[in-house]
Design a protein around this ligand. Structure first.
Ligand SMILES: CC(C)(COP(=O)(O)OP(=O)(O)OC[C@H]1O[C@@H](n2cnc3c(N)ncnc32)[C@H](O)[C@@H]1OP(=O)(O)O)[C@@H](O)C(=O)NCCC(=O)NCCS
Length: 210
């Protein structure tokens, strides 16, 4: 664990600080407004965690429970989460924890480099999966290096892109790499998963078996 880092559940008076993290972590089109966080807190507070580094909130993750069939995984983030609202999509009887959001602000990534805050938040969602006796942790990863890759190296199909690997065997894409390092596997490519220019609106459904 990182020195000075605490991962804890959210209280309603944390919401203003959470909005600062949201606005600093995400591209403008993908940011959620405060009402969606209020709703997530009301509907499933157990899946709502923050990362506090030296007394400052620097990371946020939210989740819901869904029915999940690994043979027929869901399609878009927008569809699975009711566009991030979760009151219609959260189903306490489902067998998977679905991570709705995960973001870390620049203060949690000093000198522009991750120090493990995002990983610690994801590990907390994995722990929640076990605590609740659920079978899977599922999420829709962005592919935020896809647009810049195509612009600098030439257009390639998304199916080819998600399989590009570095010498160490990990994905070329910065975010697929983050999730694979944490033990998640790619399940399916989802077009139009959410408004996200960096990912050309693609996402990749990823799964971890508890
Ligand atoms: C993805 C994110 C949560 C990672 O948090 P973090 O605290 O930097 O992550 P960690 O320090 O635990 O791990 C670092 C790894 O995260 C990934 N990462 C780093 N910067 C990233 C970025 N801007 N976007 C996506 N992934 C990033 C990389 O794989 C990095 O490892 P590497 O540089 O050695 O390959 C954070 O970068 C972020 O908030 N990104 C924007 C919002 C987002 O895309 N959230 C995920 C939604 S599915």
């Amino acid at each position: 664990m990182i020195y000075g880092l605490e991962i804890r559940n959210v209280k309603s008076n944390d919401l203003d600080a959470i909005m600062r993290v949201e606005n600093e972590a995400w591209p403008i089109e993908a940011r959620a407004p405060k009402e969606k966080f209020e709703e997530r807190l009301k509907v499933f507070p157990n899946g709502f965690f923050i990362a506090v580094l030296n007394d400052e909130i620097v990371g946020v993750t939210t989740s819901q429970i869904i029915k999940y069939n690994p043979k027929n995984p869901p399609n878009s983030w927008t569809e699975i989460t009711g566009d991030g609202h979760i009151s219609e999509s959260h189903n306490p009887n489902g067998k998977a924890v679905y991570v709705v959001s995960l973001g870390v602000s620049p203060k949690g990534r000093p000198e522009g480099k991750g120090i493990g805050v995002g990983t610690a938040l994801l590990e907390r969602q994995k722990q929640l999966t076990k605590e609740l006796g659920k079978e899977y942790l599922v999420l829709s990863a962005r592919v935020p290096s896809y647009d810049s890759f195509c612009k600098t190296r030439g257009n390639i199909p998304i199916e080819v892109y998600v399989n590009l690997r570095r010498n160490d065997g990990l994905p070329e894409d910065i975010e697929l790499r983050f999730y694979e390092r944490a033990g998640l596997k790619q399940v399916k490519i989802c077009p139009n998963t959410m408004d996200d220019a960096e990912s050309r609106n693609y996402g990749v459904m990823m799964e971890w078996k508890a």
